[in-house]
Design a protein. Sequence first.
Length: 397
Amino acid sequence: MTRGVSILGSTGSVGAATLDVVLSQKETHHIDTLTAHNNVALLADQAKKSNAKRAVIGNESLYQELRSALAGTKTDVAAGRTALLDAAKDAPDYTMAAIVGMAGLELLLAAITRGKCVAIANKEPLVAAGPLVMQAAQKSGATLLPVDSEHNAVFQVLDQSQKHMVQKIILTASGGPFRNWTVEQMEAATPEQALAHPNWNMGPKISIDSATMTNKALEVIEAHHFFGLPPEKIEVVVHPQSVIHSMVEYTDGSVLAQMGASDMRIPITHTLGWPNRLNGPAQRIDFKKISALTFEEVDDRRFPAIKFAYDCIKQGPSASIALNAANEVAVSEFLAGRIGFTEIFAITRSIVENGKEQAGDGLEAILAYDELMRTKAKACILERNSSSDSPPKRKVL
Ligand SMILES: NC(=O)c1ccc[n+]([C@@H]2O[C@H](COP(=O)([O-])OP(=O)(O)OC[C@H]3O[C@@H](n4cnc5c(N)ncnc54)[C@H](OP(=O)(O)O)[C@@H]3O)[C@@H](O)[C@H]2O)c1
C-alpha cells in the first residue's frame, strides 16, 4: 500500500514542486487528486504523468477541455468550486494546500476535516483565519505541517517538549529584489523588476509580497497562529543568502538553525516524509562555495509592512483579515499596471486603518469581512486613479 497524496493547486510553483517530490517517491507514494484553477493543459499533463485518480479544474467552463485532454486515461475529471471542495474533503493520507490566497481557505478547512496530514504552503488562510484553521485541526485530529520554508525550519528545530523554554523564534528574510533600493527607486519599480527575486523562483503573488516584504509580515502572523507564540517572541532578520531558513533561540542562549538550498522541495520532502526523513530530489548546499552568511536589521522606513504586521496582531483578527485582503487586491492591481509599487502597502495600510467594522467569528463572518475589505480596496484604488494628481502610471505586464 502506498500513501495517497492530493495537491490542491498542483499547477502552481509549490504544487509542481510537490508533484516532482511525490514522483521521486513512487515506491511509497501515489497521486490521488490534482487541482488547478485555469491551467487545463498543465493539469492534464500532470495527471497523465502521475496517473492521478482525479483531476479537478476550478473554472467550470473548462470541464470539456479537461475531459478531452484526459480522454482514454483512468483519471476522473470534475470541474467547479463544489467539485474542488468535494475533492478536498476526500483527503487521502497527505494533502498539500498550495493554492494562492484566501481562495484556498475553504478547501484547506475541508481537507482538515478528514483528520489526516495536511501540509500548508497557502499562508493567507492562516493569516486571516488562523484560530479557525488551528481549531479545525484540533477537532478533527489532523496533523498540520508547515511548508513555508521559514515555518518548516522552525518546526524542524522547535523541540515541542521544551516549547516553554523558547526565548524567541527568528524568521529570516532574504530582503527581496529591492533590499538595497531607495524609496524613490521603489516608487518607479516595474512588475518585471519586482518579480525578479534574487534567490527563489515562486508564483507572482508571493514574489511581489517578497519585494514589498509583506511576505514576511504575513509570515509573522502565520507563525503567531501556527506556533501559538506571542508577537514579542517572533523576530525577523534579513539574511540575504537565504541559507538559514529560520532559527529558534532557547532560554539557555542556544540557537538552533535549519539550513538548506533555496529549494522548496526541501520543506516539501520534509513534510511528505514526516515524522521520518526521505531521500529528496532537492539541490544541495556546497558550503565551500558560500563565502559569508550575513545578517541585517529590517529597515522599517523602506519596508514598513513587517512592523505593521505586529500592530495588526495587537489590534485583533479583523486587522489581519483586512491586511491580507487589501494586499491581495493591491498586488493584483500592481501586476495589472494600475498602481505603483509603493502604493501596494500604502493602500493596504489605509484599508486596515480605516476598517471601522469588526469581523465576527466563524467562516462565514471571516469571508464576509474579507469580501468587504476587498471591495473597499478596489474602491480606494479607483478613487486614487480617477483623481488627476494620481493617474495610473505603470506599464501592464
Ligand atoms: N512559491 C513558493 O516558493 C512558496 C513558498 C512558500 C509559500 N508559498 C505559498 O504557497 C501558496 C502558493 O504559492 P505559489 O507561488 O505556488 O502560487 P502560484 O504559482 O500562483 O500557484 C497557485 C495555484 O493555485 C491555483 N489557484 C489560483 N487561484 C485559485 C482559485 N481561486 N481556486 C482554486 N485554485 C486556485 C492555481 O491554479 P492555475 O495555475 O490554474 O491558475 C495554481 O495551481 C501561496 O500562498 C504562497 O504564499 C509559496
